[in-house]
Design a protein around this ligand. Structure first.
Ligand code: SDX
Length: 373
């Protein structure tokens, strides 16, 4: 008889105050604030503060918080040297995972689990993810790295370090909202990985390295790269119908569609769809948005599935000129806010996470000595 909770479907694995989802109604809230309201009024840095501290900051404390992040963007020279050692063909998520693992060697008080120390680590990790991703892309393309600019906000600084020039206001706002919408999402696979790691009292870097590794899978954060590869293969709107019918007939998954929890359209996809259109109109290239819209219509008609968070993100990153193999790094740059917040929640009231299994193998076998086998 199949295991009802296969893939832990329907199993409540933790209690959390960080975010909640209503999958039937398509509602997502961060600390009680609906993401549609946050997308309209907030920013990625403000949402990081909200997730970590549980309330929206006042002006002065927000300015201090943003400065705290700005002052933590640099990485040790050894990290740059490490990134130079990696083959240029290394996947950027592997570069990020490796660099974060190395970064833990520079934390002299790794055994200090105090909340104060872990909050410091959370700020450090959030601040350096963009630096590491941008540095690796510059290095693998044979370019000089561009140090962070303390005059720019988190997202504008990332685009500056990546491109070597300041991005426009619309591009910065669209990517910042993309990060805001990717920041946190209850007990998804990579967040659960981070909590399991924290529950053993492993250090925060170890949990984040494990979460980066988990996010990379194409059924999770890796989907956005697969969505782009699909859009490139389809090429134009007229090819969508045939592509979908062939893929579904072959039993393939259409990347960027479906979700374990949402039974209606992912509220983040609703916001990202608007941003993909706005950015496409700004850049004058609506190709990927138009193919996406046709895919949304056909996949819903053929399979009753809705787009998830990774679907329209692909069009946004493509129009920002982000390399396709770095799409999932955008997800990681955002989700490190949620991962660190969940780890802090786990450390605060910890119990080792250790589920049961149902054994379905053979039992009570007689041992046959080697010479008699
Ligand atoms: C993220 O958990 C989170 O919150 C994750 C995330 C976050 O913010 O952290 O939201 C981010 O990971 C979004 C998901 C990105 N992944 C993809 O886009 C990959 C494609 N999607 C699927 O593989 C799938 O929808 C999952 C993995 C997302 C969810 O799968 P489930 O809940 O395990 O559902 P299932 O595999 O049991 O499928 C149920 C039915 C099946 O049909 P039948 O075999 O019963 O006829 O729906 C079908 C599936 O074949 N189905 C799909 C499909 N997704 C589900 N069919 C075609 N294409 C798809 N994408």
């Amino acid at each position: 008889m199949p295991l009802k909770s296969y893939g832990l479907e329907g199993v409540v694995a933790a209690e959390s105050e960080l975010s909640c989802i209503d999958g039937e109604k398509g509602i997502l809230e961060y600390r009680g604030y609906d993401v549609h309201k946050l997308a309209k009024n907030s920013s990625f840095e403000e949402v990081a503060f909200l997730l970590w501290y549980g309330y929206l900051p006042k002006k002065k404390e927000f300015e201090k918080f943003k400065n705290d992040l700005r002052n933590r963007r640099e990485v040790p020279e050894e990290i740059v040297e490490l990134l130079k050692l990696l083959p240029s063909t290394t996947h950027p998520m592997i570069a990020l995972r490796t660099a974060i693992s190395f970064l833990s060697s520079f934390d002299e008080r790794l055994e200090d689990y105090s909340e104060e120390r872990n909050m410091e680590r959370s700020k450090r990790l959030l601040a350096v993810f963009p630096t590491i991703v941008a540095y690796f892309d510059r290095i693998r393309n044979g370019k000089e790295v561009i140090p962070p600019d303390p005059h720019l906000n988190h997202t504008a600084n990332f685009l500056y370090m990546l491109r070597g020039e300041r991005a426009g206001e619309i591009e910065t706002r669209v990517l910042d909202l993309d990060f805001l919408l990717h920041a946190e999402h209850t007990m998804n696979a990579s967040t659960f990985t981070a909590r399991i790691s924290a529950s053993t009292l492993a250090d925060m870097y170890s949990g984040i390295v494990a979460a980066i590794a988990t996010l990379m899978g194409p059924l999770h954060g890796g989907a956005s790269q697969k969505v782009m590869e699909m859009l490139l293969e389809i090429g134009e709107v007229d090819n969508v119908e045939g592509y979908v019918k062939r893929a579904l007939a072959a039993g393939e998954r259409i990347m960027g569609f479906g979700h374990r929890v949402y039974k209606v359209m992912d509220p983040r996809a609703i916001e990202l769809r608007k941003l993909a259109q706005e950015l496409g109109e700004y850049t004058g290239d609506l190709t990927w948005y138009e193919i996406s819209e046709k895919l949304r219509e056909v996949v819903y008609r053929e399979k009753g599935l809705h787009p998830n968070v990774d679907f329209y993100s692909a069009s946004i990153y493509a129009n920002l000129g982000i390399p396709v193999d770095m799409f999932v790094c955008m997800f990681a740059i955002a989700r490190v806010a949620g991962w660190t917040a969940h780890m802090i929640e786990q450390y605060r009231d910890n119990r080792l996470i250790r589920p049961l299994q149902r054994y379905v193998g053979r039992k009570n076998l007689k041992y046959i000595p080697l010479e008699d086998r």
